[in-house]
Every structure is written in C-alpha cells, then in structure tokens.
Design a protein around this ligand. Structure first.
Ligand code: ATP
Ligand code: MN
Length: 532
C-alpha cells in the first residue's frame, strides 16, 4: 500500500478562498484515524477499523444533486428530475459562503486521482471539514505516490463541508444540504451532509459526463473481476443487488466493486481505489472477503457496537444502509493495476422482490439492450409500517441518478460494444424465490454464486434451456449444485396462477416504464420486451 509518511509538502488553501485555515495535507490513514478519535468524531472497532456516524444523512440525497447549467452543459445534459439545473451565479455565491465557513478551521486536504488507466486519469484535490471524510477519500480514490504528489495539479476539486447549512431561500438549493457539480469550474461542492458516498458519487457523475463526451469511453455503474485465464466479467445492478458481494470471489481477481469505464481500446478500468460495501447482516461465513477487509484502515459507517467495539451487523437502528469503505488492498485477490480486457460475460443483477424473474437467464442482444435501458430492481417498502408489498424500481442503465446524459447515449454505446465483443449477457435475480417478499425468501447467496461461476466457466453452454412464458427469457434447466426446481421460478410458487398473475403485473410495470424510451428503440430492442 502507498504510505505517504515521507510527505513534507504543505499546501495553502487561500487560492480557493479558504482563509486562515490550519491545513492538514495528505495525512496517512492512520493519522486521520487518530485525528478522528482526538476530535471524538469516531471510535475504534474491535478489529481496529474506524467507526463513525455520518449524521443526519445515512444515504445519498438524489433530490439535492444539481448540475450547473451553463455553456458546457446546457445542450448536453438530460435535464429533468434526475439532473436538476443550478444557476452559475448562485453557484459562485454558495461556493463563497462555503469557503468562508471553512476559513479559520482545521481542514483536511488530499490529492488523489480517479481512473486506473493512465491516459484517462483525473487528478482530484479533496478538501474536507472532517478527518474521516478525508480518510474516505483516501480509501476510495486512487493513491498517488510520493513523486506524483510533488508537482500535483488537480483537474477537479471536491469541497466537502458537512457542517455547513445552506439557506434554500437565498442559495437556490432545495434544503440545507446539496451536492452540486460545476463542469466549467470543475468543482464538486458538497454541503450539509456528512454521507461519504456523496463524495465518490460526485466524481462518478462527473466522469459519466466527461468520458462519453470527450473520451469515447463508456462509464458503467458495475463491478468487475477477472478469472485465471484473463477473462473479464462485469456486474451491473442497482443498489443492494449484489455488485460488491458477487464481485468478491476468491477464485477471481477483483478489478473494482462499483464504477468502471469501457474504452475504445477494448479495456475495462476501475475509476476507484477502494470498495464501499454494505454490511447489513454481514457474516464471516457468507462474505469472508468483505468481513476480513474490516481492519485498520477501514471505515465503518453507522453501525452499532458493544462496549468492546464488537459490531452487531444485524442492528439497523441507525440505518439499513450500514457500510464499510476500505482500500482495494484489503482484498486478497485483486488485479493490479485495476484494468481488464473486454468482458466475456456481463451480468445484470436485479433483486426482484416479486419473486418473478428466474435466478439466471441468458439474454439475446435485444433483451440485453431492453433490460439495460429498463434497469429494473424492486424495493421492499417500509416493513415497519406493516407494508410488505414490493415496489418496482426502474433506473436506466442501472444507475440513472449518476448519468448526466440521456440514458440512450449510454445504451447505444453498450449495445455497440456488446456486439463487437460478442459477449454473453445474463440476467441474474438475486432477490426472491418461492413467492414475493413476505411469502418467499431471498435467493441463497451460495446458489447465486454457483450459477454465476458456472456461467463464467462455460458450463451453462451445453445445458438445455427453456423459455419463460411471459418474459421470453432463456432459463437453464440444470445447474450443478443448484436444485433444478428453483431455476424456473414458477416451480417454486405453490399457487401457479398467482405466479402468472404476478408475472403479468411485473411485465406491465416494465412496459409502462419503457414507454418513454420507445421512440429511441429499434425493432431489435422492442423484441427484447416481455412477450405477454
Ligand atoms: P451499492 O450500489 O449500493 O454498492 P451493491 O450492488 O454493491 O449496492 P451489495 O453491497 O453487494 O450491493 O449488496 C447485496 C446485499 O444483498 C448484501 O448485503 C448481500 O449479503 C445480500 N444478499 C443476500 N442474498 C444475496 C444473493 N443471492 N446475491 C447477492 N447478494 C445477496
Ligand atoms: Mn457496492
């Protein structure tokens, strides 16, 4: 691991408008952990990880994510509910207020970069109010070595002030918190929220504009790993569908767990230098790689611990979205640098709480495009309130909140690349089997892993398939180590009629959601729609 203990360089933040700050520049992760403890903003867990609470916000706030609308962005960004416009002058005023607020404080600054592929590298300077946010940036971005620090020049600046609160009346925000991207000034301005994920997803959103517009590269919300023979696999999916969990595979080298680019030179590269895993119900037995990554250097977020610092991963009294961030080096089997060849297999992960979709099915190119644009998963509505009906959730490209361009821009690129590379595309339901949420149960992780590894090893090539009556998906009839009856979801439901009803209901949700994309879709893609 890169250790920056030899750094003697100091930087001033006066140029950014931050006056009279005491700047802690490029501290090591150990020093940042000590700072956090000194300021009583965190404690140490029994395994030596730092545990912090992110405050009022324990997740991203998509309604408070803005993009400055100006010459650079106005004709390119897909404006609407997802990409909310922000006035350039309002941005300047708010920026000035934030840097005024940071003036005179102890500030944590560091230089890092995104994109493991050298020619795509984006240098980032991160300025944080809190030491643990700065440690998060150390964990999640790539770490320059000492020589690279000497003449470091940033391409983008992240200013992160969780303690600053905006005044919506005068500042042009929706509420006190905000995350605003300014592509002309190359600044991500984040305030009023301590949720660390805003930092990484801010830069991700910036790259989701920069790479397709200027670099002919497809940015993807996916994880990636590579097998012994150099075969790359990527896993798309919305939050909670299994990108991080399933990419941590002891038999395959991890490239990254969340954000990658697919270049015109037929490579896949990680944007990040670390992982950000969910830890709800984490066990050593089910997810040993992640469990063992929780050691000194890792940051646990919003977990509950006993007096000895032992974490109770089942305790969700702060949030369901408990997390841990750690540098990639905390995983044993990684690909260094984080670059792979064109993928041989693509998995679309969905956590279907209706229990309708098959645990694994093979997609035609048309189905692949259709499901990518749809970006389906299902959420389980607040169980506390006694509501146990699943709610379908469609998010184009499996990551609409992070995509500044129209979804079809990314979909077209992906379709072209999938065809050119002759890749296998699989739809994997990591959600419910045996009935919907409430009646059925979550797919066993060990079965999902087995189906995926058989797909990767080509073992599903010679088996018989059957076609799903309603979705038209090709389902394998057998997979070693997995009970055959679960491969066709209808077999797992007691009441076959209610299965058909649910499946038709879900198919209707798909159609309704897709209407807004129909004008962009050709015949092949429309052939990928559910058949009934
Ligand atoms: P995010 O984009 O928010 O990082 P993610 O796609 O990386 O989300 P994971 O962190 O991998 O999602 O979360 C998947 C969760 O579901 C984990 O808590 C995992 O233990 C659980 N899980 C249960 N059953 C399965 C299964 N069959 N396959 C995958 N994950 C499962
Ligand atoms: Mn993840």
């Amino acid at each position: 691991m890169v250790d920056n203990t030899q750094i003697t360089k100091t930087i001033s933040l006066e140029n950014y408008g931050i006056k009279g700050a005491k700047v802690h520049y490029q501290l090591t992760s150990k020093e940042l952990q000590e700072e956090t403890l000194r300021l009583k903003q965190g404690v140490e867990s029994s395994s030596g990880a730092l545990a912090i609470n992110t405050g009022e916000f324990t997740g991203r706030s998509p309604k408070d994510r803005f993009i400055v609308k100006d010459e650079v962005t106005k004709d390119k960004v897909w404006w609407g509910d997802i990409n909310l416009p922000f006035d350039p002058e309002k941005f300047d005023k708010l920026y000035n207020k934030v840097v005024d607020y940071l003036g005179g404080k102890e500030i944590y600054a560091r230089d890092a970069y995104a994109c493991a592929e050298e020619s795509y590298r984006l240098n980032i300077r991160v300025i944080n109010e809190y030491p643990w946010s700065n440690m998060f940036a150390y964990n999640m971005f790539l770490r320059p070595d000492v020589s690279e620090i000497e003449n470091f020049k940033e391409d983008w600046l992240v200013v992160n002030a969780p303690g600053f609160k905006a005044d919506p009346e005068t500042d042009g925000t929706r509420q006190e918190n905000f995350a605003i991207l300014n592509f002309s000034k190359k600044i991500a301005l984040i305030g009023g929220t301590g949720y660390t994920g805003e930092i990484k997803k801010g830069i991700f959103s910036a790259l989701n504009f920069i790479l397709p517009v200027y670099k002919n590269t497809l940015p993807m919300h996916c994880s990636a790993n590579v097998g012994e023979s150099g075969d790359t696999a990527i896993f798309f999916g919305l939050s909670g569908t299994g990108k991080t969990t399933l990419s941590a595979d002891p038999d395959r080298r991890l490239i990254g767990d969340d954000e990658h680019g697919w270049t015109a030179e037929d490579t896949i590269f990680n944007f990040e230098g670390g992982c950000y895993a969910k830890v709800i119900n984490l066990t050593e037995e089910n997810e040993p790689e992640i469990y063992h990554a929780i050691k000194p250097g890792a940051i646990l977020e919003n977990v509950i611990m006993d007096k000895k610092g032992v974490v109770d991963f089942e305790d969700v009294s702060i949030t369901q979205n408990t997390r841990v961030s750690y540098p990639l080096e905390h995983i044993d089997n990684t690909q260094q640098p984080s670059i792979g060849e064109n993928p041989k297999n693509i998995f679309f992960l969905t956590a279907d709480a209706f229990g309708v979709l098959p645990p694994i099915s093979k997609l035609t190119p048309g189905q692949a495009a259709y499901h990518f644009i749809s970006g389906y998963t299902a959420k389980v509505a607040g169980t506390e309130a006694g509501v146990d009906e699943p709610v379908p959730s469609f998010s184009a490209c499996f990551g609409a909140p992070f995509m500044p361009l129209h979804p079809t821009k990314y979909a077209e690129m992906l379709s072209r690349k999938m065809k050119a590379s002759n890749v296998n595309v699989w739809l994997v339901n990591t959600g419910w089997t045996g009935g919907p949420y409430g009646t059925g149960s979550r797919m066993k992780l060990k079965y999902t892993r087995k189906m995926i590894s058989d797909a990767l090893e080509g073992k599903l090539e010679d088996v018989e398939f059957e076609k799903h009556e309603i979705f038209g998906l090709q389902m394998p009839k057998t997979c070693d180590g997995v009970p055959s009856e679960i491969l066709n979801p209808k077999n797992t439901w007691k009441d076959k009629e209610s299965y058909d009803l649910k499946a038709k209901q879900l198919s209707e949700f798909f159609r309704k959601n897709f209407r807004k994309f129909e004008e962009y879709a050709n015949d092949e893609i429309m052939q990928g729609a559910p058949v009934e």
